[in-house]
Write a protein that binds this ligand. Structure first.
Ligand code: NAP
Length: 248
């Protein structure tokens, strides 16, 4: 039987690359998205054409009732959950801290942090041996911004990723004895649409010379780290971080 994986924000960018690679590795893939149904369905069709199993689910993962519905739908369609990738993340226009208002901060922290707690909660309820589950693995898609702080661009986003790192550490220890491993990847400067939300679609091109490898990263390079952390190859690793940053 195929293992089941849920990837939040799987319709584009790093999430989409993770969905394709997970299918290649034999997972049945649940692809969550917010609005871009066409992109999500395209990935589902492509996976099915290759003989894989996939389905797309619209849900705003910062909303508790929508997260509950999402996991219930996945239970119904795929059975037991084995792996969760908390990949959803947003950023907003580049600003200094003194320009940020509360509504922006609420959007950033609700989408990037609360969603991660809510989805992790549902995953633990299903995977933990404490709740009758058979174990599993969670990977959080954080950012190197947690370490650099993103001054002058989006300190709010960086702080949300810092919170995600603390969640990774705390939850990993909380459930380590219950069959669940919790790890994170911390990418930087990956070619995806996210930079357009910051007001600079070509940001990676501008900053790539500051990367020791002198190039931006591809979503597939992040996906490979995610799939490794989820796999049995990483069976003795929990609460760890893999930086996918070209040496930054
Ligand atoms: P992206 O290309 O902007 O894709 C974002 C994905 O999240 C889309 O699938 C989008 O769905 C979905 N989404 C957004 N808000 C959602 C919500 N409330 N509920 C459900 N889905 C939602 O992003 P990306 O660059 O691949 O980033 C993925 C993760 O990597 C994020 O956590 C980001 O912070 C992190 N990261 C990225 C970089 C980078 O350089 N790209 C660097 C470090 C960390 P729709 O398609 O429906 O809009």
């Amino acid at each position: 039987m195929k293992k089941t994986i849920l990837i939040t924000g799987g319709s584009r960018g790093i999430g989409a690359a993770t969905a394709y690679l997970a299918a290649e590795k034999g997972y049945a893939v649940g692809i969550n998205y917010l609005t871009n149904q066409a992109a999500a369905e395209k990935i589902v069709d492509s996976i099915r054409q290759q003989g894989g199993k996939a389905a797309a689910y619209a849900a705003d993962v910062s909303s508790e009732p929508q997260v509950t519905d999402l996991f219930n739908a996945l239970d119904r369609d795929f059975g037991p959950l084995h792996a969760l990738v908390n990949n959803v993340g947003i950023l907003e226009k580049q600003q200094r801290v003194e320009e940020m208002d509360a509504s922006r901060l609420q959007r950033i922290f609700t989408t990037n942090v609360v969603s991660c707690f809510l989805c992790s909660k549902e995953a633990v309820l299903r995977m933990s041996t404490r709740h009758g589950g058979a174990g599993g693995a969670i990977v959080n898609v954080s950012s190197i911004a947690a370490r650099t702080g993103s001054p002058g661009e989006y300190v709010d986003y960086a702080a949300s990723k810092g919170a995600m790192d603390s969640l990774t550490l705390g939850l990993s220890k909380e459930v380590a004895g219950e069959g669940i491993r919790v790890n994170a990847v911390r990418p930087a400067f990956i070619y995806t649409d996210i930079h357009a939300s910051g007001g600079e679609p070509n940001r990676v091109e501008r900053v790539k010379e500051t990367v020791p490898m002198k190039r931006g990263g591809q979503p597939e390079e992040v996906a490979r780290a995610i799939l490794w952390l989820l796999s049995d190859e990483a069976s003795y690793s929990t609460g760890i971080f893999i930086d996918v940053t070209g040496g930054r």
